[in-house]
Design a binder for this molecule. Sequence first.
Ligand SMILES: *Cc1c(COP(=O)(O)O)cnc(C)c1O
Length: 481
Amino acid sequence: MQLIYEQSVSGRRGVTLPASDVPAAPALPANLQRSEPAALPELSELDLVRHFTNLSRRNFSVDTHFYPLGSCTMKYNAKVLENAAPLFSPLHPLTPLLPGGSDLCQGALGMLYDLGQMLADITGMDEVTTQPLAGAHGEMTGMLLVAAYHKAKGNKKKYVVVPDSSHGTNPASAAMAGFEIVTIPTAPYGDMDLELFRQAMNGEVAAVMMTCPNTLGLFNPHIKEIADIAHAHDALMYYDGANLNAILGKVRPGDVGFDLVHVNLHKTFGTPHGGGGPGAGPVGVKQALVPFLPMPRIVHDESSGLLQVQTDSPRTIGRTANFFGNFGVMAKAYAYLIMLGREGLVQVAEQAVLNANYLKEQLKGWYELPYEQTCMHEVVFSAAKQLAHGVHAIDIAKFLIDKGCHPPTVYFPLIVKEAIMIEPTETESKATLDSFIAVMIEAAELAASDPSAFGAMPVTMPVTRLDETKAAREQTVCCLG
Ligand SMILES: *Cc1c(COP(=O)(O)O)cnc(C)c1O
């Protein structure tokens, strides 16, 4: 397939505009003008439609294939949610926000305010900022809040504690906020080693960052005890809410000892992701952290009954994104929450957990299961049995592509050798799960009977097996087929 630039024909146009009948606007200042025209491809509308339609057909997506990518919660997002965002698009982002003017956009402010309240309710927090633009951005915002909190108390803090099963963004965010990282190994029972954690804790620990259930899909039964130990050292408990799908309406992080949390609207709350972004990582906090929240904040003014925008406060960490974050994503999350309601959210968690446990039970005879207990929303297998025949997790992933399934996450979490991390989500039917199970069993059988067959896979894709090291080092976009 040719690149769009290769299809360009000089002078070809998609749209022809009539000659202008108004005077030309004054030219931009010279320093803002291009020295030569932008190198844009010249195409007809049909060329363009075909190009992008054909490209999209080479894509794996939730709309076309089962997508059990562990830790990513690639659920199906109902198309009706896409209608929510454009409802607000006539509103200019600079519609006057200051006192006296904010009644011009009470609807938009109300949507954001109510969304914040609902997320606070779901997570057991007191206040939410919608500003952060992704999960990792929420983590960094959270770590800046932690730093501001300790600074205001005069605490001398240096470390952030993370389990070794954590998502890589956790230590990265803490490091960006200026902390040093202490990593606690996972015990054979699949949770952070409680004894090593106890030993690692001291007065210099600023926060403990955890996701629960963790990236092995296991809910930590000691979570309250961990929070008590952390609090005894005046360390804050940070909840990475990327796995919230597993506990929606069942457990609130705020009720088991967490002080602040981010949630991924693009995983849990109705917005697509993985190339389909943008996302949002709102951060919820307990009362003690409210004074440090980013500005602007939406506050309810008792006297006027209106929502107002607070633009400054003495101890704020400042602004972390433009306006209130990715507004369209909030609108979709709001619609999702209103549509499902309290009972619907509980069903999300129950169905997600049931689906993962069904896969676990059906596949555990074929793949090694390093942690056997009941899992939450995802299950982690190892391809160790297949490796005995020379077949790696990556080979099984390529096999699945040929069979029309997106591969699960492989080689993560890092603590499981040849990890295959499967998250089916609540939106898949038993029939889809059964066909996935059949394909996984077929892969296990082929690994035992004809391991060399995997070498060439995938064979049905425009790009077959790549030299992955070379592909990472030499990122050439080439012409395919
Ligand atoms: C996805 C994920 C993150 C990061 O979220 P982004 O929105 O991708 O930045 C953090 N932690 C866990 C466990 C995740 O799965």
